[in-house]
Ligand binder design. Structure first.
Ligand code: FES
Length: 192
């Protein structure tokens, strides 16, 4: 089965009903999309298919042939981050970083159709992307920054000094997380 991911064609040896997320991670070593709930509810696995945000954990690859798939890795590079990635780096918009793929890809999808969304529109677009660390304030600020809003200085509550490098890793290709084998439906991939 042939998939077009980040502008490159890949011939994939997998059953047609295999979830796209498993092929991206296990066959193509694209670990930006994360396995969270596996049920289409948390957003950690978000990719863009034909420019539209999609939950790759519940989309079989047979529905993806002939369509352009974009993952986090297809945005910017470490040297030249995409504008949305840079906004998330600038706002240090993560705690553990696991949700960041979905937040960035969701923001990309929003900006593709609405380049200057209001805060309410950003909240609406990201409402089903879950962050269990509670980094929502920074995440929304990052999306606002990416949308071109001029932000006021952050409140001066004590923040530990955080390494920008750490956030670059999250935003460009989230922390190393490798699943070594395609899971059966009873055993989701191991994520470290
Ligand atoms: Fe796909 Fe949660 S892992 S929506």
């Amino acid at each position: 089965m042939r998939l077009t991911v980040n502008g490159r064609d890949h011939d994939v040896d997998a059953a047609p009903d295999t979830a796209l997320l498993h092929v991206l991670r296990n066959d193509l070593a694209l670990n930006g999309p994360k396995y969270g709930c596996g049920l289409g509810e948390c957003g950690a696995c978000t990719v863009l298919i034909g420019g539209v945000a999609a939950r790759s954990c519940v989309i079989p690859i047979e529905g993806c042939t002939g369509r352009d798939i974009l993952t986090l890795e297809g945005l910017g590079t470490r040297e030249r981050p995409d504008a949305v990635q840079q906004a998330f780096i600038d706002e240090q918009a993560a705690q553990c970083g696991y949700c960041l793929n979905g937040m960035i890809m969701g923001t990309k999808a929003l900006l593709a159709t609405n380049p200057h969304p209001t805060e309410a529109e950003i909240l609406q677009a990201l409402r089903y992307n879950l962050c269990r660390c509670g980094a929502h304030v920074e995440i929304v600020r990052a999306a606002m920054r990416a949308a071109g809003h001029v932000l006021e200085a952050r409140d001066c509550w004590p923040r530990p000094s955080r390494s920008t490098d750490r956030f670059r890793s999250f935003a460009l290709q989230a922390p190393a997380a490798t699943a070594h084998s395609r899971p059966s439906s009873a055993s989701p991939p191991t994520v470290r």
